[in-house]
Design a protein around this ligand. Structure first.
Ligand SMILES: [Zn+2]
Length: 185
């Protein structure tokens, strides 16, 4: 999963890219194989960028690699101890609960047109919510883990604009939202 493009550039950037790849191997196309099976996207009648929500990790955390990170990284890594609760950042309907070799145990929450889709990866175990279940912001989904292509405990968090995750939406940079939710919690 290491993107060869990560190896271009100056030595400092190179070192950073290697560390980043070692922590979280998720880059663009990592989950392309799953894109065919997800047909239950949001209604698409909203902007999909609502900012109301809560920080998705309960407990001490730091920020790891962000969007891009020199290797098409599609989300923000939140470094935290394995076992800390992972909660829904925004309300919505559970669209997908699955395991993927890169993502590990992951869950996708469809914001149903009112909010972005939010995606939580590398959970310790299969997410504790069920597909099509409705969740509120703050509801627990699982715990921070390192399943899939992850060499350290962290949550890989993604946000997708309406109509959503691999259903025609685009990746949004979640960092401004996370920073705001972090401050409020
Ligand atoms: Zn990541």
């Amino acid at each position: 999963m290491i993107d060869k493009r990560s190896y271009r550039g100056r030595r400092a950037r190179l070192a950073g890219a290697i560390v980043a790849a070692a922590v979280c191997g998720l880059g663009g196309q990592a989950l392309a194989a799953t894109s065919g099976g997800i047909g239950t996207g949001g209604s698409g009648d909203g902007t999909g960028t609502s900012g109301d929500g809560v920080f998705p990790v309960r407990g001490h955390h730091t920020y790891g690699d962000g969007l891009g990170a020199g290797r098409d990284h599609q989300g923000q890594d939140i470094m935290a101890k394995c076992g800390l609760p992972v909660v829904a950042a925004q309300a919505g309907r559970v669209e997908l609960v699955d395991y993927h070799p890169a993502a590990g145990n992951y869950v996708v929450i469809d914001g149903v047109g009112k909010a972005a889709d939010t995606v939580y990866m590398h959970l310790t175990n299969r997410a504790s919510v069920r597909k099509r279940e409705t969740v509120e912001a703050g509801d627990q989904l699982g715990t921070v883990g390192r399943t899939g292509n992850a060499s350290a405990c962290h949550l890989h968090f993604e946000m997708w604009s309406s109509p959503g995750y691999y259903t025609g939406g685009s990746v949004i940079d979640p960092l401004p939202y996370l920073k705001r939710w972090d401050k409020a919690s």
